[in-house]
Design a protein around this ligand. Structure first.
Ligand SMILES: [Zn+2]
Length: 265
């Protein structure tokens, strides 16, 4: 039975090596490389564009302006390579950001986000998912579950191949769908990071509450499809309200430092 022991230790050390810490200090399992995630992001962004028309004009300029202001305040490694922005002609109130530096906003969301600060709340939240490696963590957790089963059923084969083959199996991560909804834990974490990002960029974090109130009113009690696993509007608003006193000083400092974005529509 020695070979099973060998594989178990191998899988464990792989997991430990891939254990990272999210921006809020939570430890997480991230088995895929940044390159793999960036590639998945690029593919998903391409595919999304093939399925809907993009729009330019004032809507695009506003989304671009808000994204640029947020990206300017990111750590250097997160700014590297720049961020691409697209606005999609689509009535559903959806927005996303993807690893590799992609931001997509539907026109339906722009009907709900009434001003630059509300839009910054959405874009900050979405970029928060990327900074916290949530897509990697989601796919890794699923892979680890699958891997656990395959270690039991074909341990000898995996042992012979070593880590590379295991990582190749992880590369199938694209099948998990990088655009799937996130868990509640990921949502709350992205809310916290999003507030910090918007405040740092000089957007008023209090606008996040108004945004979610609008979202709630527009949905007629029914959350839009992309939020189906999201916390309820009430829980989310309560969470944001609790965090706002902590980020308000950052917002005030940003304004004093001259970070006063002007992204009208
Ligand atoms: Zn989210």
């Amino acid at each position: 039975m020695r070979w099973i022991h060998g594989v178990a230790v191998g899988a464990l050390s792989l997991a430990l090596a891939a254990c990272t810490t999210s921006p809020t200090g939570r430890s997480q399992l991230t088995l895929m490389s940044d390159e793999q995630l960036d590639q998945m992001g690029a593919q998903a962004f391409d595919q999304y564009q093939q399925e809907r028309p993009t729009v330019g004009g004032a809507a695009y300029r506003q989304v671009q302006c808000v994204t640029e202001a947020i990206v300017r305040s990111l750590p250097p490694q997160a700014r590297e390579g720049g961020w691409q922005v697209k606005v999609f002609e689509d009535d559903s109130a959806n927005a996303f950001a993807l690893p590799g530096g992609y931001v997509g906003v539907n026109t339906g969301l722009l009907d709900i986000a009434e001003n630059q600060d509300q839009l910054a709340a959405v874009i900050g939240h979405e970029i928060g998912h990327v900074l916290a490696h949530h897509a990697n963590e989601r796919a890794s957790t699923q892979s680890a579950t699958n891997l656990g089963l395959s270690v039991l059923s074909s341990a000898a084969g995996l042992e012979g191949a070593g880590g590379e083959q295991v990582m190749a199996a992880m590369g199938l991560g694209a099948q998990y769908g990088i655009l799937l909804p996130f868990s509640r834990r990921h949502e709350s974490e992205a809310d916290v990071i999003g507030l910090q990002l918007m405040a740092e960029a000089g957007f008023d974090p209090r606008a996040s509450v108004a945004l979610w109130q609008n979202m709630s009113a527009a949905g007629g009690g029914q959350p839009p499809e992309w939020m189906s696993t999201h916390p309820s509007h009430g829980q989310r608003i309560a969470g944001l309200e609790a965090q706002i006193p902590e980020v308000l000083p950052r917002f005030e400092q940003a304004r004093q430092a001259g970070r006063t974005p002007s992204c009208g529509r």
